[in-house]
Design a protein around this ligand. Structure first.
Ligand SMILES: Cc1cc2nc3c(=O)[nH]c(=O)nc-3n(C[C@H](O)[C@H](O)[C@H](O)COP(=O)(O)OP(=O)(O)OC[C@H]3O[C@@H](n4cnc5c(N)ncnc54)[C@H](O)[C@@H]3O)c2cc1C
Length: 290
């Protein structure tokens, strides 16, 4: 096996141009598991962990760009203002996994259970991809994640990072598993409120072939907030019946399967519970913020 250890992003992209089959390895917390279990036998790997260009995040004219090489530990520390992302990062694995594992690795693996994916989907993020020669393209999340562990990444490309418009409004990430730590999600959900666009956005993980949005439930929540006057007055309440109905509509957007981690029926139920909880938290946060 050839092991490439580029020191710059340009060098890494040159390797991918010459050896498109070379498997990128960032934290290695997915790649090494696949190699150890003989699911992957690469002829070449290209180590991305030394590339300063991927290990940074920055504000970009109302948007935020987060480099693929940002670890979960750093997301928790440095992006705590993006509450759902910090919450998702905090639930990943153990401290060791959070010190090694990266956002780009989660995006590259594209597991339906990847904890950052609902956060990206709820923020309408785009995935920024690079090729040798400075060629860069950005794909909306729903054009990048194509199915379970399938993405639109071309063999000679690398994920440079993800980018989304910063939102004003509360949000949260919630995850149900068989225990509280070191667990793959049985169902997960990210809800964000966009105060400026007067929208509620909900994304679901682990309940479909890839991350899903719940557009019908989103429309319902925004309309009900409008009807209650809650967009203008955060103290205006939504009735319990409306919150219940919202949960049912979110659950209806799920496309879960039965597997070793949970039944489809349980997953659907979990989506409804998480959705109601997330909406109540968001409404409570809005009331507190006045
Ligand atoms: C014990 C354990 C617990 C875990 N717990 C969780 C959990 O709770 N939640 C969760 O979501 N995940 C969990 N994972 C999975 C894993 O940690 C995450 O998916 C992590 O984000 C992978 O990041 P990495 O940097 O280690 O990726 P790697 O293993 O290095 O790479 C993962 C995939 O992405 C590709 N890749 C990486 N970087 C790039 C790039 N810049 N461009 C193109 N392709 C790239 C690689 O080729 C590979 O296909 C766990 C794993 C372990 C071993």
């Amino acid at each position: 096996m050839d092991v490439y250890l580029p020191r710059t992003l340009a060098e890494a992209l040159e390797v991918k141009a010459r050896r498109p089959e070379a498997v990128p390895i960032a934290g290695g917390t997915d790649v090494m598991v696949a190699i150890n279990f003989h699911r992957l036998r690469p002829d070449a790997v290209v180590d991305l962990s030394r590339l300063p260009e991927l290990r940074q995040w920055r504000e970009e004219d109302g948007a935020v760009f987060v480099g693929a090489g940002m670890t979960y530990a750093r997301l928790v520390r440095e992006l705590s203002w993006c509450v759902p992302l910090a919450q998702a990062a905090r639930t990943v694995g153990s401290p060791q996994i959070r010190n090694r594992g990266t956002l780009g690795g989660n995006v590259g693996t594209a597991s339906p259970a990847g904890d950052t994916l609902p956060v990206l989907a709820a923020h309408d993020a785009e995935v920024v991809l690079g090729r040798a020669g400075g060629r860069v393209r950005a794909l909306p999340w729903d054009q990048f994640f194509l199915g379970p562990k399938q993405t639109a990444l071309a063999p000679d490309e690398l994920v440079l990072g993800v980018r989304w418009r910063r939102l004003r409004g509360p949000g949260s990430f919630l995850k149900v598993g068989t225990r509280n730590a070191m667990v793959i999600a049985v169902a997960s959900l990210c809800l964000v409120v966009d105060e400026v666009g007067r929208a509620v956005r909900v994304a679901l993980g682990s309940v479909g072939p890839t991350v899903l949005r719940a557009p019908e439930a989103e429309r319902f929540a925004a309309e009900q907030m409008q009807r209650a006057g809650a967009w203008d007055d955060p103290r205006a309440a939504l009735s319990d019946a409306v919150v219940e109905e919202f949960g049912e509509r979110v659950a209806a957007a799920a496309r879960p399967i039965d597997d070793v981690r949970g039944s489809a029926a349980y997953r659907r139920h979990a989506c409804a519970v998480l959705a109601r909880r997330a909406l109540r938290w968001a409404l409570g946060d809005r009331r507190l913020a006045g």
